[in-house]
Design a protein around this ligand. Sequence first.
Ligand code: 5GP
Ligand code: MN
Length: 339
Amino acid sequence: MTKDDILKVKQLLQTPKQIVIVPHKNPDGDAIGSTLGLYHYLIKNNHKATVIAPNDYPEFLKWMPGEADILKYDSQREKSDDFILKADLIFTLDFNSLHRIGDMEAPLTSSKALKIMIDHHQQPGDYATYMYSDVSMSSTCEMVFNFIDMLGDKNQIDEDIASCLYAGIVTDTGSFRFPSTTTKTHQVVGELIEKGASHSDIHNQIFDNSSYERMQLLGRALSNLKVLPEYRTAFITLSQDELNQFNYRKGDTEGFVNYALSLKNIIFAAIFIEDSQNNIIKISLRSKGNFSVNEFSRAHFEGGGHTNAAGGKSDLDLKSTVENFISILPSYKNALNNE
Ligand code: 5GP
Ligand code: MN
């Protein structure tokens, strides 16, 4: 976003607007944290803002201030379409392409509202009027902090905004351990704590909120873990039957893939999760170093994301998806062993 763009956006926000804020489908901590952080800021400035998520999100995000006001497009379509139709401005946060919002793609594409993208994913699409896209950023939440700062309104960041933004930074940085975490990230986080984000409480809400069944499901996931040392790769599978057996709730498998990546000498990890309702296998990919799971997912699993964290899907069954994955690995043997 150029200085000129910032001036124009600042000008736009001088008078009250009808604003819709949209995160990606299956929103994560960064998607919900950034949309709600921005929501509180816009409300404070006399705009009429509504967050519309394509679908529901895990329980461990449902403590965030303002969360109860979020509309879910899949179950509140009529109301949501009305807000989209009336919007002067639409912010799209934490995604790079309108394909990432499922059924909301059509109403957003046909909407005449001015669009502002704030996002840190690779290969951003060009649907937005104003784009703040930076793939080097730890999280969209860090970018929302910068956005508010660029508008000259850092002093407006209060406890609600700070708590939401902190939540997204802590989740997207893997609790500040991914390489995308910079000194600036830590400075931003320091400021958020000063503004009232209670880091310890937030950590508890997000990470220490598991059900007993989730822990049992993790046990199953770990016993399904397979290692392919020659490719420095490890992967986990979970079938729909296994999910049902442990009374799976949305978000229960969050972070499981990282256990595969925590193995010594492993730099590439995957989890394959059967989703019978949508008839797909949802895939999460993680890596260390320069091995790009974004490229890997784009090439083989209709997905994308970041260099070290990406997602995708497969239309084959679970067994065939895993066989396909294993059959692809030889062509990456050098890349995986040169890391
Ligand atoms: P996760 O594996 O945690 O679902 O996602 C990891 C990263 O990849 C996130 O930044 C997420 O937004 C992105 N991602 C997840 N699934 C997809 C997908 O199907 N397509 C694309 N383009 N990105 C995805
Ligand atoms: Mn993000």
